[in-house]
Design a protein around this ligand. Structure first.
Ligand SMILES: [Zn+2]
Length: 140
């Protein structure tokens, strides 16, 4: 049966309700939370890799900075598009594409929420989804 699959499954995955879960990590020694996941050891206290555990991060945060790309040579993405740096409520910052194609109406400090957008189907008919951030509704 076709499923929803993340384009970058190591970074995020749909939860049971279809909302994105970000795959982060946490240090069992000092509590440092990080994203993206890595297995080298804690970059805050130097604890070895076996002290790191996987944690799911909520895709909620505040917009720290953003930039709109108006000319893009690659064929993978059509310009314009906007990239934002979002500081997650759970601690780490994540650089991600926004659903807004331009920065009209965006402001540093805006509440942001992660969403999964359709990105075609794979050879097995699974619906592929990509992570984006969108301005959150008030109260989210
Ligand atoms: Zn640590």
């Amino acid at each position: 049966m076709p499923k929803r699959k993340a384009v970058q499954a190591e970074l995020y995955s749909p939860d049971a309700a279809g909302n994105p879960c970000l795959n982060g990590g946490k240090c069992g020694t000092c509590g440092y939370v990080f994203f993206p996941p890595q297995r080298y050891g804690c970059e805050a206290c130097g604890a070895p890799p076996e002290k790191l555990e996987a944690v799911e991060l909520r895709g909620r945060g505040r917009l720290h900075s953003y930039a709109t790309v108006h000319l893009h040579q690659g064929k993978d993405i059509e310009a314009p598009f906007t990239v934002g740096l979002i500081v997650l409520d759970d601690g780490p910052a994540i650089r991600a594409m926004l659903t807004e194609r331009t920065d009209a109406g965006l402001a540093v400090g805006d509440r942001m929420a992660s969403v999964l957008v359709a990105a075609g189907t794979d050879a097995d008919g699974n619906e592929m989804v990509e992570l984006r951030f969108a301005r959150a509704e008030a109260g989210r």
